[in-house]
Design a protein around this ligand. Structure first.
Ligand code: HEC
Length: 113
């Protein structure tokens, strides 16, 4: 099943000041909910990806995925980075990165050129 690391750890994936979408998306349907969420955090997602997905590997590592991965694949990839690889991303960061990545191709991002 797809879920956030924070869910697994029993943390509440919402900050007091966080966007309302976090509250709506609580629980097991989190990723499903994300998939249907509006791209309110698209701009933030670019920053998250640029700064937090480049710590362990080059961003070019994402390029192939941008053309191949669907929503489910990206959800699984981000969850794996956090749960298995140790990426430090808050649930909000994960949501923002997800909403950004599912809308990009290798041609639309600067780091694949
Ligand atoms: C803590 C280190 C770390 C961070 C931070 C990190 N990754 Fe990774 N990533 C890895 C490692 C290790 C691999 C190779 C093993 C694997 O694929 O799981 C990898 C491989 C990948 C791959 C290639 C494999 C595939 O599934 O296509 C993609 C895409 C990827 N990462 C995306 C991301 C994204 C998106 C982020 C930010 C949300 C991110 N990574 C942040 C460690 C990290």
């Amino acid at each position: 099943m797809l879920r956030l690391a924070a869910d697994a750890a029993g943390e509440v994936p919402v900050r007091r000041s966080g966007p309302a979408i976090g509250a709506i998306c609580l629980g097991a349907a989190f990723w499903l909910c994300m998939a249907s969420a509006p791209s309110v955090q698209a701009a933030g997602g670019r920053d998250v990806v640029t700064h937090k997905c480049s710590g362990c590997h080059d961003l070019r590592r994402l390029c192939r995925g941008l053309d191949l991965k669907d929503e489910k694949n990206w959800a699984a990839t981000i969850a794996r980075m956090v749960e298995k690889r140790g990426a430090k991303l808050s649930p909000q960061d994960q949501l923002a990165a997800y909403n950004y990545l599912i809308r990009q191709t290798s041609k639309s991002v600067p780091f694949c050129k």
